[in-house]
Design a protein around this ligand. Structure first.
Ligand code: HEC
Length: 207
């Protein structure tokens, strides 16, 4: 028993030191972080309900296994800015509106922190999700065709229908339209924009 006590005390101290470092220190540093208030709203901007639901689709589909959402500090990875992944590094405040910040660890595909700046047309996203290789030849991103449905054209074709040629094109008289999940996911992707200025991070001067 006498020898167990120091062991338990050491284990407890180690856990406490970890808690201090990871929980207490982070809370002291970031716990009171608030949106930046501007005369015309606050930054980062509020997200629509559809975008908030879309974050859940993003999680369920595991998009973060291949995509990060963090423009790294220029001292760590200067090429993030050169690759046009953002105009400035991401900071903690950028994630204030997110219920979960999908920082990601692997970059098999491009970083998505600013994908809503790069592509602004929902139809582009629908086509890309339905058949990535139709938009980016040679793409090795998986197709998410189950987020779409094929339906009979009733009167006018839907404005959200994707134009497809090739093996996955719908039959004559049918069209491919996004499901609610695909619409929410694309609303979420369109909301991925860190294109505002925060006092703690000035834009990186253009070369
Ligand atoms: C197996 C890895 C993988 C997974 C999983 C994956 N992607 Fe990708 N993604 C890629 C690759 C590789 C590219 C680059 C080629 C391309 O654009 O198709 C890419 C490109 C993209 C692009 C275009 C980005 C740009 O700037 O050109 C978007 C948007 C995107 N993916 C969204 C998603 C979403 C949303 C999901 C989840 C539903 C997802 N990806 C899942 C690998 C993946």
């Amino acid at each position: 028993m006498n020898r167990l006590r120091p062991l338990f005390i050491t284990i407890a101290l180690l856990f406490f030191a970890g808690w201090l470092g990871f929980v207490a220190y982070s809370y002291l540093q970031l716990g009171r972080l608030a949106p930046q208030v501007e005369s015309d709203g606050s930054l980062p901007p509020l997200q629509s309900g559809s975008a908030i639901r879309g974050a859940k689709v993003y999680a369920a589909e595991g998009c973060m296994t291949c995509h990060s959402q963090q423009v790294r500090q220029t001292s760590v990875t200067p090429s993030d800015i050169d690759r046009n992944w953002g105009k400035r590094p991401s900071v903690a405040r950028d994630y204030l509106r997110d219920q979960v910040a999908f920082l990601g660890t692997s970059r098999i595909g491009p970083d998505l922190s600013n994908v809503g700046v790069r592509f602004t047309d929902p139809i582009w996203y629908y086509r890309h999700l339905y058949e990535p290789t139709a938009v980016v030849p040679g793409s090795n991103m998986p197709a998410y065709r189950y987020l779409f449905k094929m339906q009979k054209i009733q009167g006018q074709p839907s404005e959200e229908a994707i134009v497809l040629t090739g093996p996955h094109a719908p039959k004559e008289g049918y069209e491919v339209v996004p499901t609610e999940e695909a619409k929410d996911l694309v609303a979420y992707l369109l909301s991925r924009k860190q294109d505002y200025t925060l006092p703690e991070v000035p834009p990186v001067p253009e070369k």
